[in-house]
Design a protein around this ligand. Structure first.
Ligand code: SAH
Ligand code: SF4
Ligand code: F3S
Length: 449
């Protein structure tokens, strides 16, 4: 009885209270923030975009590189000042850095009230309530073998695209990567629950679905693996486009390519992380493919879908990488002509195998390599985009162009942004655009009637 009245009191307490979430890192974190939002709203909190008036502030953090962590450390120091003015405010750190650095955070930032790892979001309502009773820090970073939040529906940000997390965790253990430690073991949601969620998204007005996982195509359930799931989503009426990220080259097989070829609404775009070009480095990274195997995979993808756009991730300056080995990376970039690439300097992550290698590369060398890689990729992006000039592309009208209120911006099936003059279309319309120019990373065009 007494417990009940305390609970009721606390629930009333949080009515009209406002929360603010800031998200760092990958799309999985964007999705997770939407899950956290639901949890907070169920506890009586309301969303605010104004951090100054928030009663609870959460940072959903990333640990992938040093810089990502540094940004959050700096942000927390700023927020400490805000908290001094508002002692009752709850300050929470969620996500990969919470998982990875809980002890360091507790020591260096004792003003942080809540530290939750990515498998602990279910506990938010309960933690918020006990927080109003005691003033201790609340920490939960237990990773789960099972948690996929199958029954929790995220409070999605409005727009064209809905993110759906289909699997969590990573078992690949690339030697440079912290994700297997921050996200734990691979586990997949059921096909049934994902189909259900996709149907709900369509009913809410989303027309594009992006399936998410740290290792999205390792998805497997007793009812089927990733290609079967894609098929089930593709036949849902109203799903205009399907994307997925991030796959691992090792798990791209004929079944997957065949399904992508068979269904028009599965976008012909694959994010194919290369990481490095030299076999010795790939082996040391534990990437499970050689340069030739990667190039063969690219050929195979293009046999199935000649117009498939490809993007990639590349790391320069992995421990021990020689000049010649870096040239092997450039060689792959030269040969494949990716449409776009995310390029990074290797960042040592304590706890990973590569951080123990003694032949770390000098920062200046990493910087020089990064710059020459970026230069080459810029050329390749432009070449890939120029090939589209003169073609007609299907584009979803997504938003007003940043440069002019008289123009729209939308993406092609292959995930390239196109800017074109407005006529009588509206956001979410799918229209045909004749591509007339390619500059930088953007296409320009005009509507075809
Ligand atoms: N699961 C995804 C990777 C997620 S991390 C995949 O395998 O594709 C996104 C990218 O960050 C990676 O592909 C890699 O290029 C980069 N990255 C990961 N760890 C890094 C590190 N320690 N230093 C620099 N870049 C890193
Ligand atoms: Fe990290 Fe490799 Fe797993 Fe990707 S596949 S999340 S790079 S360990
Ligand atoms: Fe960062 Fe975690 Fe994503 S480390 S990239 S937020 S899985």
């Amino acid at each position: 009885m007494e417990n009940n009245s305390i609970e009721l009191h606390n629930k009333l307490d949080s009515i009209n209270k406002k929360y603010f979430i800031e998200t760092y890192g990958c799309q999985m974190n964007v999705y997770d923030s939407e899950l956290v939002a639901t949890q907070l709203e169920n506890s009586g909190f309301e969303k605010t975009e104004n951090i100054e008036i928030a009663d609870a502030i959460f940072l959903n953090t990333c640990a992938i590189r040093d810089k990502a962590e540094e940004t959050v450390h700096n942000r927390l120091s700023n927020l400490h000042n805000l908290k001094k003015k508002k002692p009752g405010m709850i300050l929470g750190v969620l996500g990969c850095m919470a998982q990875n650095l809980k002890n360091e955070l507790l020591e260096s930032k004792p003003f942080v009230d809540v530290i939750l790892g990515p498998d602990s979001y279910r506990r938010i309502p309960e933690l918020i309530q006990s927080r109003t009773q005691e003033n201790n820090n609340i920490v939960d970073t237990k990773l789960s073998k099972f948690e996929v939040y199958e029954d929790l529906y995220p409070s999605r940000n409005e727009g064209i695209n809905a993110w759906i997390s289909i699997m969590r965790g990573c078992d690949k253990f690339c030697t440079f990567c912290i994700v297997p430690f921050t996200r734990g073991r691979e586990r997949s949601s059921s096909i049934e629950s994902i189909v259900e969620e996709a149907k709900k998204c369509v009913a809410e007005g989303f027309i594009e679905i992006t399936l998410l996982g740290q290792n999205v195509n390792s998805y497997r359930t007793p009812e089927g693996a990733f290609p079967e799931l894609l098929k089930e989503i593709a036949v849902i009426p109203g799903v205009k486009r399907i994307r997925y990220t991030s796959p691992h080259p090792q798990d791209i097989d004929d079944d997957l390519l065949q399904v992508m070829k068979d269904f028009d609404n599965i976008c012909n775009h694959i994010h194919l992380p290369l990481q490095a070009g030299a076999d010795r480095i790939l082996k040391r990274m534990n990437r499970t493919y050689t340069k030739v195997e990667f190039l063969n995979l690219v050929d195979k993808i293009r046999k199935y879908m000649p117009d498939c756009s490809l993007s990639t991730d590349v790391i320069v300056g992995f421990p021990g990488e020689t000049d010649d080995e870096f040239l092997e990376t450039l060689d792959v970039i030269e040969k494949v002509e990716f449409n776009s690439a995310f390029m990074f300097k290797y960042s040592s992550r304590p706890g990973t195998k590569a951080s123990e290698y003694t032949d770390q590369i000098d920062e200046n060398i990493k910087q020089t390599r990064l710059e020459s890689l970026i230069l080459l990729q810029k050329e390749k992006t432009l070449i890939a985009n120029k090939k589209l000039v003169g073609t007609v592309q299907e584009v979803i009208v997504e938003k007003e162009s940043k440069k002019s209120e008289h123009q729209w911006a939308g993406r092609t099936n292959g995930n390239t942004w196109v800017v074109f003059d407005k006529s009588n279309e509206s956001i979410k319309d799918i229209i045909k655009v004749l591509i007339t120019d390619a500059r930088g990373i953007t296409l320009f065009g005009q509507r075809e009637n």
